[in-house]
Design a protein around this ligand. Structure first.
Ligand SMILES: [Zn+2]
Length: 133
């Protein structure tokens, strides 16, 4: 596994392609307010794609209600989500990003449910949900 992303664009290109809120989160590692995104309560079957590059990231059957206020998943699709160590804000956390374009998605915490024990705590803004199976 290499950390090199497949889709590379300049900062100016991303800025022109993404909404200001998505740019802030995906490219500047921002965070949306908890309980602010409608995907937090989304329960339909379907697939969650990267909002920046449309790569599939999660299926709805890996989503669960973590009570955190952010859409949460216990498992991404194979190879879809990359991880880096994030030492910002005086904490050591695992940062999650789209393996295809590098867009920041959220963080991964080791307090998720079975079978993985992982909580992929995602910004709904970084995701694009398509209902269906
Ligand atoms: Zn992406």
């Amino acid at each position: 596994m290499t950390d090199k992303v497949k889709i590379e664009k300049s900062d100016a290109e991303w800025r022109s392609l993404l909404s200001p809120e998505l740019y802030r989160i995906a490219r500047e590692r921002g965070t949306e307010r908890p309980w602010s995104h409608l995907y937090n309560s989304e329960k339909r079957d379907g697939t969650y794609y990267c909002a920046a590059c449309s790569a599939p990231l999660f299926t709805a059957d890996a989503k669960y209600d973590s009570g955190s206020g952010w859409p949460s998943f216990f498992r991404p699709l194979d190879g879809a989500v990359g991880e880096t160590i994030d030492r910002s804000h005086g904490m050591v956390r695992v940062e999650a990003h789209c393996a295809s374009c590098g867009a920041h998605l959220g963080h991964i915490f080791p307090d998720g449910p079975n079978p993985t024990g992982q909580r992929y705590c995602m910004n709904g803004t970084s995701l694009q949900f398509e209902p269906g199976t």
